[in-house]
Design a protein around this ligand. Sequence first.
Ligand code: HEM
Length: 499
Amino acid sequence: MESLLSLLAYSCLLLFPLAAFLCVKATWRSPRLPPGPLRLPIIGNLHQLGEHPHRSLRLLSEKYGSLMSLKLGFIPTIIVSSREMASEILKTQDLIFCTRPPLVAFKRLSYGGRDMGLSPYSEQWRQLRKISMLEVFSAKRVQAFQSIREEEVNTLVQTLLTQSSSGPVNLSEMSFCLFNNITTREIFGRRISSDGDCTSSKYHPLLIEMMSLLGGFFLGDFFPSMEWLDVITGTRARLKRSFLAMDEFLEEEIEKHIHGGGSPDDFISVLVGLQKDLSLGFPLTRDHIKGIAMNVFLGGSDTSASTLESGMTELMRNSTVMKKAQDEVRGLLGNKGKVEEGDIQQLHYLKLVIKEVLRLHPPAPLLLPRECMQDCKINGYNIPKKARVYINAWAIGRDPRHWQDPEAFIPERFEDNDINFKGQYFQFIPFGSGRRMCPGMSLGVTAAELALANLLYRFDWNLPSGMSKEDIDMEEEFGLVLRRKSPIILVATPTSFVT
Ligand code: HEM
């Protein structure tokens, strides 16, 4: 009986994407579109809008305008694809839009609203964000982790030296491994895998599974009255299983820290220490600590890995840019042997390359969803309370009204202007903006810059034999975080600078 119900539920699920696709297509072609924002009677979720929702949504927005209003299941949903509208939502009316929707996975992974990244806006959330910004994500803490980043990048280089002699290397996997280790050392004071290899760690598949669940499809998110279907399809059980495995791991780590383990600077030590601080204004519970640790674990690895992976991919396609970036770092460092963080400030072109990577390949293409807290108007359009809001940073970064030759990889476009990704230039918002802006920006960018600089300084890079740059697969796989569909496999040749 149970398997029959599962079969029925899965058949329904298979029909949803089709229904969504047909509905979008049908309305798209309709000559009788209502004036104002487009209303599409669609069923399903963003993932059903085609394989690359950010791409499909851009096509739709080019046709119908920079603010689209959809009905996803029973949920009014707004998609914003212009700099002006993004500024309106993330700056002018940020207070109305700074909450997260109560998605099934968000509720579970936030410990029922006790974390920072996935919880709704509340006075308690405000306090938690304030404390985290001061104690966990501060410039002082970024500085304190310098040696972790340098050691881990050095481990990557050593792994590359060993593996490069026996053929092409999987740089996507290595980059994921690098940031996984940096992140876990920052949180727990220890890496969770052996040197250069994270695929053998039991937490590697867990992290992948959790990321997939975070960006995954739960019927309850679109048809709240049909949440029971997620039980039948098994997605709820999957979520519960992964959450409990992660929770057990976090519990063990916190216990170790309480009994003197970890390192004094790691996030868990800092948060456990803060529990004794009576001036916080609210009790910092173990669930809060686990919630923040979970945020960093999930938000810190994939995003930075995606930046490095996209960066190397673009450089392989653009040999002039690659040469210019390599000349810069090699010219500056000479025979020093390795790039350290103190050198990065002088690598101006490398910084432009990272900006261009984040413009064309923002690791979170639709940011994280927001929810409208009260009825309001955006540029004359009525937005209902509880509407779910996605900001298409991917499309905004490619908007021809603000970027010349937007699809081309040209780091020089950032040369003679102040445009940066710190949330003031709404044509370029890979980290979001406003109250919910990414707090890990400096941690992520500093590590990605250091890793890229070392890869360019210490190795020459080529495609595997028989492959030309036109063969590089630029397909991106959609999830909460953007990753390449095929890993980037390259031949690394150590230079004489390597020690
Ligand atoms: C290149 C690297 C990264 C990118 C592109 C990135 C991007 C983002 C984006 C787009 C958001 C949503 C912002 C919004 O809703 O307006 C976000 C939120 C967040 N990120 Fe990052 N991120 C990166 C690295 C990191 C790192 C390294 C950490 C932790 C160490 C981190 C932790 C978080 C957290 C906790 C939030 C939730 C903030 C909140 O809701 O208050 N991120 N990130």
